[in-house]
Structure formats: structure tokens, C-alpha cells
Design a protein around this ligand. Structure first.
Ligand code: ZN
Length: 134
């Protein structure tokens, strides 16, 4: 009987350890996806920023205006790793919400957003990466 309870305890403990390990691995994978997404957001921001420098501070109205630049950049065209199946391989940047800022908008205005992670990731007008816990 004692052996039964020992076996039971070991079973329960390994189930917990497995669940914990699984969550841990999932958490690490999610952190890596958020990092990839952040690099892609950075790359997209750089492209719209360069556009604004050539257009007296005006940002493109839609990302389609800089489509060829986005498709030429490996990180920008990759887009969010959580949306890889939703868009053609060279149009991953469509996974982001782009809100064109007014020329005189404050520097910390979020202009590119990804909502597919446990944290909301955004790049501001001046290129800072911000994250908010949902
Ligand atoms: Zn993302």
C-alpha cells in the first residue's frame, strides 16, 4: 500500500513538473517570437522614417506606399512570426497595424502595433519600442 501512495505521489509530482516545464518552454518560445516581432517592427519603422525624411516630415498614408522597400528588407517582409500563415511570405509587414502620425504628432505616439502576443508591442514615431502587458 505504501508503494501505491509513493507511486501516486511520484505520478502527481511528475505531472506538475511536466506542466511547469511545458509552460516554461512556451514562455521562452513566446519571448523569442516577441523579440523577432520587435526586430521586424524596427525594420518597418526605419523604412517609414526614411520616407518621412524625404517628404518633409510627412509619413506614408499606408504601408503600401513603401511596399517595394518593405519587400526588399528581410526583417520587414517577415512581419510577425505569429502571423506567418496569414500573409504571402514577402508581405508579413501586413500583420501590423499602422497608424500614420501627423507631422506634428508627439515623438512618443505609437504608429506601428502588434497585438498577437501576451504583451502589446508598439513602435513610436521616433522609433522607440514599447510593450504593455495586456
Ligand atoms: Zn507580433
Amino acid at each position: 500500500m505504501r508503494l501505491f501512495w509513493l507511486g501516486f505521489a511520484v505520478g502527481v509530482l511528475s505531472a506538475f513538473a511536466f506542466a511547469w516545464g511545458y509552460q516554461k518552454v512556451n514562455h521562452v518560445l513566446e519571448l523569442s517570437r516577441m523579440a523577432t516581432c520587435g526586430s521586424s517592427l524596427d525594420a518597418v519603422h526605419l523604412i517609414v522614417h526614411v520616407y518621412s525624411e524625404h517628404h518633409r516630415g510627412e509619413f506614408p498614408l499606408t504601408l503600401d506606399e513603401v511596399k517595394s522597400e518593405l519587400q526588399a528588407n528581410p526583417e520587414a517582409r517577415g512581419g510577425c512570426p505569429k502571423a506567418r500563415d496569414e500573409f504571402p511570405p514577402n508581405e508579413g509587414w501586413r500583420s501590423y497595424l499602422y497608424i500614420p502620425p501627423r507631422k506634428d504628432a508627439p515623438d512618443d505616439t505609437p504608429i506601428l502595433l502588434c497585438w498577437r502576443h501576451p504583451e502589446l508591442i508598439a513602435v513610436t514615431k521616433n522609433g522607440a519600442l514599447k510593450r504593455w502587458h495586456k
